[in-house]
Write a protein that binds this ligand. Structure first.
Ligand code: GLU
Length: 492
């Protein structure tokens, strides 16, 4: 049996859509799970849709997600080049072969003529069927036009009678009436092939065994099959996958403001979590397990787990999964991902222990962009309202907070040397509880005002003594004094 070869064939037209990335992942998984090869091919023959920089987006996304390719731009391979615009010489020759086989024909119709046909038809766009005007040209007329350098396209001659049936792994057998198929353009007037032609030629030349793509290509597939048959080439296994949906009616689409892969990364989602989540949007491992690394997906993937029912992209589910990935990361890995967000707040040259800050927030972070807002008070104490000292459960109000802060500050100052020698959260916790006992107040009535004075916030990651440990003795005392001063001003 032939070695499995799959390809991801994106067009460099902008962002990496979630659906595209999922297609790449499935192609990769089919190849890897069957010991085959995965190829990257850039489909850039539609120069009008080309967006500067989008090739880099494709390379970067695949690199970030770990979807490695065996052949492709920059990697090379036996069947290159892997960028279609660099293969432009190839397609015309194959189109000419089809002309000889009477499976395609030259068309010299002007834009104006085609336009007039469309208006006569009362229709514009994809459903337009060419009237085969140029099919009636004699060989002499064709030769004369070519010799004169008249612009032309080459069209596929699609039989108008009969039916074409093909099999798709996900959708089963699909039959269409040939009369619904149009004589699509294979070679455009700029000499470049259309996607519709280039994909067939390249999939054949690159020995692709499985073609995975969005179900929007299902309706064109009969025309591709007619091309394969005209050439006498083997038809690949088709694996069309349903769209990733935003809701029951709408596809997820960057154009309508939905997030692309890059957007999600910028919003603080992890590449591994995104990949894990989208793998399950249309594929089921056949159990309830939800967490898979890329390696585990390779080991568990089977084509028959693909489903034809569309899946809805649920950002809340992704967020939950992302949080799980963050929680399970080693402290080192979390630090690596969190550091840019932490230093953006506290500064590159901060004297604070960034590892301690990271440890404080790791279990409380769902997406990395949550971080700045959680730790901004470390950099600067916000100007806060003293109402946050009042907490029913902690049994604190402004009066007892003021009284207790006075005692705490006095205690810190009296015992500075000793406290500084063991400036650690657990030690401080014990000391503050002892102080509470001595003052005959509840622990919370000491700890809550300290936490509040140190953070200036109603909620903060970590309790009083964890914050104190990170801030250090001097800053702790300074913030306690600011708190006391605020309360004093109000209560006089
Ligand atoms: N270039 C096509 C696209 O980006 C690829 C379709 C296919 O995989 O055949 O939609």
């Amino acid at each position: 049996m032939a070695v499995t070869r799959t390809r991801f064939a994106p067009s460099p037209t902008g962002y990496m859509h979630i659906g595209n990335l999922r297609t790449a992942l499935y192609e990769y998984l089919i190849a890897r799970s069957q010991g085959g090869q995965f190829i990257l091919r850039i489909e850039d023959t539609d120069q009008e849709r080309f967006v500067e920089g989008s090739m880099d987006v494709i390379y970067k996304t695949l690199e970030m997600t770990g979807i490695s390719y065996d052949e492709g731009p920059g990697v090379g391979g036996e069947y290159g080049p892997y960028i279609q615009s660099e293969r432009r010489g190839i397609y015309l020759e194959y189109a000419k072969q089809l002309v000889e086989k009477k499976a395609a024909y030259y068309c010299f119709c002007t834009k104006e003529r085609l336009e007039s046909l469309k208006t006569n038809d009362g229709e514009l766009g994809a459903s337009f069927n060419y009237d085969r005007h140029c099919l009636t040209l004699s060989q002499e007329e064709i030769d004369k036009n070519l010799a004169e350098g008249k612009p032309y396209v080459i069209r596929q001659l699609v039989p108008r009678e009969g039916k074409t049936t093909f099999h798709d792994v996900v959708y089963g057998d699909i039959t269409v009436d040939n009369e619904t198929l149009d004589d699509q353009i294979l070679i455009k007037s700029d000499g470049l092939p259309t996607y519709n032609f280039a994909n067939v030629v390249d999939d054949h030349l690159m020995k692709i065994t499985h073609v995975v793509r969005g179900n929007e290509y299902l309706s064109s597939t009969p025309k591709y099959n007619i091309l394969y048959q005209a050439f006498g080439w083997d038809i690949p296994t088709y694996v069309h996958v349903p769209s990733v949906m935003k809701d029951a009616q709408h596809k997820l689409s960057k154009r309508n403001g939905d997030a692309s892969f890059q957007d999600l990364i910028e919003k603080g989602y992890l590449a591994e979590a995104i990949l894990n989540y989208i793998a399950l949007l249309g594929w089921s491992p056949g159990g309830t397990r939800e967490f898979f690394t890329l390696k585990e997906l390779e080991e568990n993937f089977t084509i028959d787990g693909l489903s034809k029912s569309p899946s809805i992209f649920d950002i809340e589910k992704l967020k939950w999964m992302n949080a799980e990935y963050i929680r399970k990361a080693t402290p080192e890995d979390f630090m690596a991902m969190a550091k840019p967000y932490i230093t953006a707040v506290v500064g590159e040259d901060s004297v604070l222990d960034l590892n301690k800050i990271a440890a404080l927030i790791q279990q409380r972070t769902e997406i990395l962009t949550d971080i700045p807002e959680k730790i901004d008070f470390f950099k600067e104490l916000p100007d806060y309202d003293t109402a946050i000292y009042c907490h029913k459960k902690m049994k604190t109000d402004k009066e007892n907070s003021k009284a207790n802060l006075e005692k705490i500050i006095a205690f810190f100052k009296e015992n500075e040397a000793e406290l500084c020698s063991k400036w650690q959260s657990s030690e401080l916790y014990a000391v503050l509880c002892e102080l509470a006992a001595k003052c005959e107040v509840k622990n919370s009535q000491i700890l809550w005002p300290v936490r509040t004075a140190l953070s200036g916030k109603e909620v903060s990651p970590g309790g009083a003594t964890e914050l104190a440990e990170i801030l250090g003795y001097n800053e702790t005392v300074r913030r306690l004094e600011i708190g006391l001063e605020k309360l004093n001003k109000e209560l006089i």
